[in-house]
Design a binder for this molecule. Structure first.
Ligand code: A3D
Length: 309
């Protein structure tokens, strides 16, 4: 039996951590692709030379030509610019749109059977672009955002309570931007609703910090955006797909009627397994959650409507 082939499109900050984690967890053979000559090859060589210490029997290579990703089973896309202080994710639209069109053609022509995880921002618009340009079926094109936004929410709740991050579950839905919707009602500590454990004003502060968490890191780093937590989030999704784990995760999925939304990628809970997005889970939203979700839908729709493919 051959090992799965995993291609990382974009070998920058996130691409590098993705390659390292995928290889050292032996998820499969890893190919790093980037337009910068020598950089993916250099990063791949460095990681391959660390593989004996990690005990990872996989191959890690770097390429500048799409032929190198031929036959990939899984593709994770981080190609594109990242935010700098003062920028919103939406400010990246025009530059990253042109990049995503090229990437979608390269992946379509060389890895037509791959399942694809998109990470580039603005996430909901980029995953939509990939789907439209590639023509891949919706179950094989998914965006990473909700896993990261939920992880940030979980971290803040765990720190507030002084409990294990492992015991906190959370769900952040909607678009990946200022309008994201952290669902307080569905956040628990080993099944205990956080509303029973944390005061309402503190929960409000955690929700606001979650919404601005990406910007908080950008403000500190100054030269780019968060890259370890986004890579870990995409790896969780990759593992769910490659190992057919049927994980229930918040991911950007193409909604066709679910949550009253048609033809848009939005963060919703889904079952992620060997079939990619195997199904979307529809949660009941109360009035205020619905209002916030609808505002997020409007925001993503305006952005997507401005895209020329
Ligand atoms: P960075 O370290 O700049 O890496 C991006 C890489 O893309 C660079 O190595 C570029 O050379 C490469 N690249 C540029 N054009 C192309 C092209 N046409 N084909 C292939 N590669 C190309 O950025 P990063 O890794 O920090 O972030 C990557 C993307 O992820 C950005 O768009 C971020 O905004 C986004 N991001 C998303 C999240 C989500 O939660 C969705 C979180 C953090 C970052």
């Amino acid at each position: 039996m051959t090992r799965p082939k995993i291609a990382m499109i974009g070998a920058g900050n996130i691409g590098g951590v993705l390659a390292e984690q995928a290889a050292y967890r032996e998820l499969g053979d890893v190919v790093l692709f980037d337009v910068v000559e020598g950089m993916p090859q250099g990063k791949a060589l460095d990681m391959a030379e660390g593989a004996p210490i990690a005990g990872a029997d996989v191959s890690i290579t770097g390429v500048n030509d799409y032929s190198g990703i031929a036959g990939a089973d899984l593709v994770i896309i981080t190609a594109g610019l990242a935010r700098k202080p003062g920028m919103s994710r939406d400010d990246l639209l025009n530059t990253n749109l042109a990049i995503m069109k090229q990437v979608a053609e390269g992946v379509r022509d060389n890895a037509p059977d791959a399942t694809v995880i998109v990470v580039s921002n603005p996430l909901d618009a980029m995953v939509y672009t990939f789907k439209e340009v590639s023509g891949f079926p919706k179950n094989r094109v998914v965006g990473m955002a909700g896993v990261l936004d939920s992880a940030r929410f979980r971290a803040f709740v765990a720190w507030e309570l002084g409990v294990s991050v492992r015991d906190v579950t959370a769900m952040v839905l909607g678009g990946h931007g200022d309008t994201m919707v952290p669902l307080v009602r569905y956040c628990t500590v080993n099944g205990i609703p956080i509303t029973k454990l944390i005061d309402a004003d503190k929960i409000d502060a955690i929700v606001e910090r979650t919404k601005g968490a990406g910007g908080e890191v950008v403000g500190l780093l100054k030269t780019g955006s968060a890259f370890v937590s986004p890579a870990m989030s995409a790896i969780e999704m990759a593992e769910a797909i490659l190992r057919d784990q049927k994980r229930v995760l918040a991911c950007a999925c193409l909604c066709e009627g679910e949550y009253g939304v048609s033809g848009l990628y939005l963060g919703v809970p889904c079952v992620l397994g060997a079939g990619g997005v195997e199904r979307i889970i529809e949660l009941e939203l109360d009035e205020s959650e619905r209002k916030a979700f609808d505002a997020s839908v409007d925001h993503v729709r305006t952005l997507v409507d401005s895209i020329e493919l």
